[in-house]
Structures are given as C-alpha cells and as structure tokens.
Design a binder for this molecule. Structure first.
Ligand code: SF4
Length: 318
C-alpha cells in the first residue's frame, strides 16, 4: 500500500542538494524563462553555457526585442532546435509591444494561462515560470516528473492525464515553485532513467516501484527515421562557401548552410564524404560533393547549426 509522498523530506533534500544553476539565484521571470526554453531540448551542462551567453547579451526582454532574429540565432548556434530561438525572439517582440497594440508593454505576464498564449510557450514552460517566478500554485509536468510518478505508483505507461493528476495531488501549495523544482531535480539527479539511486532517495518510503524501477515507465520503442540527403559545397576562389538561409520551417529554420536536397546533379564534382547527424527522432545521412561558385559567404558572419559546421568541416572550411 503506497503512502503519501513525504513533501518535507523532498523539500529538505532539495534545499541541501540542488545543483548550483545560475538562474536559481534570480527571481526575475526573464532569465527563468530563458533557462526553461533552453533546457527543454538541451542538456543542463550545455544549457548553462548557452544561457550565460544569451543572458549576458540579453539581460532584459527589451534588449532581445531591440535585437534582430539573426543575432538571436547567431548566439543560439550549437544549441539546436533553432525554432526555439525564433519563437523566443517573436515572444520578446509581442511582450514589448504596447498594450494598445495587443502587447504587454514590456512586462512578461505573470499567470500561467497568459504565458501560454505567447509564442513558443507550452503548458510546461508556463507552469514552470509562473510557479518559480511568481509562486502560482500550479504543477509542472515534464519527463522527470513522469518518471518519478510512474515509479512512485509503479505504473508502466501512465497517461498524461494520470501524471498531471498525480502532480496536482502532490503539489506543495505554500511554495509551488520550490516543489516543482524539487520533483524535477529528483528525477534529474536521483530517480534517473538508468540506475536510479533509490538507497539515498528522500521519498523512498512512498515508492512502490523501488524494487524494479527500470520497468517504470516502460520504455517507448521509437525507431529514428532515417533521412538521406545530398549537399553541394560550392566554394569561391577565396575559399568561401556558398551559403543560403534555410526556409522558415523545420529544425534548421532560419539558420544558414550549404544547399541541401534529396537529389542534385553531381556530375563532374569531387565527392568529399558522408556525415551522420543524429537528432532525437531523426538519423540524418548526408553525402557531400564539392564544386565552385563565383561569390561565397564568410561562415563566421552568419548563424550556422552544428550540422552545417560538420558539413563545412568536410572541406576544412570551419
Ligand atoms: S525510490 Fe527509487 S524509484 Fe522510487 S522515486 Fe526514489 S529513486 Fe525513484
């Protein structure tokens, strides 16, 4: 029979053992929002580096709104999932628009429901920012929370509704921000996907999955989709490659790189090799050829994704 989760133990553990992350000392919602958007799809160790780079350049939402999408993308280079950067820039513009024009006069809304109306903000990010920066009594659900819930209740495939219900039920109302962070921190550092450290877990008493935690939640078998593409590196007499801005959709939206397509006429071109680029749902294989062009672009002057850096490296261009 499961017991109620020991909120006091988890909060005490979090107060003592939480990781030292730079935004945790700040109460301003802007740096907190920045951290939540970055950490959605970037590991914490790399997320900290990108967060610092962006926060140094954009200490306020106004400073981003006065910048350009190109510069935001430039600073986001290497963090991946570039549509996040573009939506964050759009968000800064919306928030900094005058109220009479449908904006927020430069002030990020405080309520989760209003935050969710902004570009790029889903229920998780809205709940995280509203609870951490403003103390709104609302539970966050992310992959860490789902794992802790599945193990606490020994449920192999909990539905989103079940996880949300559990998160709502266990929420510590007096400080929802600290509580949400504590549950997520537990999932990130103790109740980890592989080899959870149950012997030092502050909420082992209420956990019914502790003898076989690896079974919860049951892993989803999801095969990565293989994508085969071709790339032509056209290089000018000064060693500068032809680069184009990617179109508005897809994971590379707005970034720059050499032409990519499913097929090109490659007759007479020099074959340089193949690169593989693995993303969460995709396994990209790109064969690269070299050719010439009249006028290239200096790669350091435009935002490049990690994929494009790899492509240029095949011709020693980056
Ligand atoms: S006891 Fe183990 S499985 Fe249960 S919540 Fe703690 S770390 Fe996770």
């Amino acid at each position: 029979m499961s017991q109620h989760i020991d909120q006091a133990s988890l909060l005490a553990w979090f107060a003592e053992h939480q990781r030292d992350l730079p935004w945790r000392t700040l109460s301003d919602p802007w740096p907190i929002l920045l951290s939540e958007i970055l950490l959605q799809q970037t590991q914490v160790s790399r997320g900290v580096v990108f967060w610092q780079r962006l926060f140094d350049r954009y200490p306020t939402i106004q400073s981003m709104a006065e910048s350009t999408e190109e510069e935001v993308l430039y600073l986001w280079q290497g963090a991946g999932y570039y549509s996040r950067a573009r939506r964050l820039f759009q968000l800064s513009k919306v928030v900094c628009s005058p109220v009479e024009n449908g904006g927020f006069g430069g002030v990020l809304p405080t309520a989760a429901a209003q935050l969710e109306s902004l570009p790029g903000i889903g229920p998780y990010t809205a709940a995280a920012v509203a609870s951490i920066a403003h103390g709104e009594s609302i539970a966050c659900v992310d992959g860490n929370v789902k794992r802790v819930m599945a193990r606490q209740k020994s449920i192999k495939q909990p539905s989103e509704k079940e996880v949300q219900q559990w998160a709502d039920d266990v929420l510590w109302q007096p400080d929802a921000g600290a509580w949400n962070q504590a549950v997520m921190e537990l999932g990130a550092t103790i109740c980890t996907p592989k080899s959870p450290r149950c012997s030092i877990c502050p909420v082992i008493e209420s956990c019914t999955g502790t003898t076989t935690p690896d079974q919860y939640p049951a892993p989803k078998v999801r095969k990565k989709k293989r994508i085969d593409l071709m790339c032509i590196l056209r290089i000018d007499a000064n060693g500068m490659p032809e680069l184009e801005q990617r179109d508005d959709s897809g994971i590379l939206a707005g970034m720059w790189g050499p032409p990519l397509a499913e097929t090109f006429d490659i007759e007479g071109m020099e074959y340089l090799g193949e690169i593989q680029h693995v993303l969460s749902h995709r396994d990209m294989h790109i064969k690269v050829w070299r050719s010439e062009c009249e006028q290239g672009v200096d790669p350091s002057s435009v935002p490049l994704s990690s994929l494009d850096v790899k492509l240029l490296a095949l011709a020693d261009l980056h």
